[in-house]
Design a protein around this ligand. Structure first.
Ligand SMILES: C[S@@+](CC[C@H](N)C(=O)[O-])C[C@H]1O[C@@H](n2cnc3c(N)ncnc32)[C@H](O)[C@@H]1O
Length: 211
């Protein structure tokens, strides 16, 4: 398999990036110890990036698709002002129970609302505009999430999409997930409705701005 991972530079980048603090450290450690698929957590480098993107965008209303144990949701909530709102969509009961405990114990947790269920069904129920979106759920639905969300994003609003390099598999997609992400990347790269930069942070983050 082709690989684009650069562990040494990732490590060096983490050393020079702000700390994520004790609460997120604990959340990450307990996720590693008690949950299946802990590698799904975005982690300190991308988490701090998400927080800063929320801050500089001035976002007040965020949608996240794929919460898992709440690491990225809490990271983005830190960047929201008081009174800001983050709606996060998650299908897994155990992840919801885990994340809820950490949200209750965080000063930023009150900004977060969890919607339980299949992401596409939840998106249909959402009303009002979003300023900022983070897509990080089932890869086979990336194109569907994108098309469902874009009409609900304000002009100038930001979409960040995680894992768009898929450990380099997108260069020669064989698995169902890699093929879906490859198709999504093709769709976005030709879509004139958005400005786009594919960032090589961690596993690849597509940074889109609605025109
Ligand atoms: C990569 S993890 C999210 C990681 C999280 N953003 C973080 O950084 O900590 C993907 C999550 O999407 C959830 N998921 C998968 N399919 C889903 C669906 N159809 N609707 C909603 N959530 C889904 C999974 O249960 C999993 O918790």
């Amino acid at each position: 398999m082709l690989t684009l991972r650069k562990p040494e530079s990732e490590h060096a980048a983490r050393q020079k990036t702000a700390s994520h603090g004790d609460r997120l450290e604990k959340l990450a450690t307990v996720t590693q110890e008690t949950m299946e698929w802990p590698e799904m957590l975005t982690g300190p480098l991308e988490g701090r990036f998400l927080k800063q993107m929320v801050m500089i965008s001035g976002a007040k209303r965020i949608l996240e698709v794929g919460m898992y144990t709440g690491y990225s949701a809490l990271s983005m909530a830190e960047g929201l002002p008081e009174g800001g709102e983050l709606i996060t969509l998650e299908i897994n009961d155990k992840a919801i129970e885990f994340a809820s405990r950490y949200f209750e114990n965080s000063p930023h947790g009150k900004k977060i609302k969890i919607m339980k269920g299949a992401g596409l069904d939840s998106i249909k129920q959402l009303t009002g505009e979003f300023d900022f979106v983070f897509i990080d759920a089932d890869k086979v639905n990336y194109s569907n999430y994108y098309e469902a969300i874009l009409p609900k994003l304000k002009k100038g609003g930001v979409i960040l999409v995680d894992n768009v390099l898929y450990s380099g598999e997108v260069l020669d997609p064989q698995s169902e997930n890699a093929k879906a992400i490859h198709a999504f990347n093709e769709l976005v790269s030709k879509d004139n409705r958005v400005e786009k930069v594919l960032l090589t942070i961690r596993d690849g983050v597509y940074f889109l701005v609605k025109k």
